[in-house]
Design a protein around this ligand. Structure first.
Ligand SMILES: [Zn+2]
Length: 109
């Protein structure tokens, strides 16, 4: 396992924690879409994506899925799941990226 790849996955899991917090504070106003932070592997990325609560839940239902801005996927780590209006859903490649993503899944019980 190379360090930069682990670092990139950690960038994504950190964004996911921020978004979990955003989603919780949004729960009362579930109408329309809300701004979330891009969950790509670039630690410097400051892009904002807009998802409805339902779309966000759809991504979060899988420990290995992340919502990112268009064209922010990293071919070494990510597999495109679906491209939507204004954002894309990716999942971590099998092996250590998926394992790290699952291990840090805030929804895991
Ligand atoms: Zn990004």
């Amino acid at each position: 396992m190379s360090d930069w790849r682990q670092q990139e996955v950690e960038n994504e899991t950190r964004s996911r924690e921020i978004n979990e917090w955003i989603d919780e504070s949004n729960e009362s106003s579930a109408e329309g879409s809300s701004p979330f932070v891009c969950e790509c592997s670039d630690g410097e990325c400051t892009s904002t994506i807009h998802l409805t609560h339902v779309e966000y839940e759809e991504v979060r239902a899988h420990g290995t899925h992340f919502a990112i801005a268009i064209d922010h996927e990293s071919p070494d780590l990510d597999l495109m799941v679906s491209e939507r209006v204004g954002f894309a859903i990716i999942r971590k490649l099998p092996g250590f990226p998926a394992r790290l993503a699952n291990d840090s899944d805030p929804r895991r019980v």
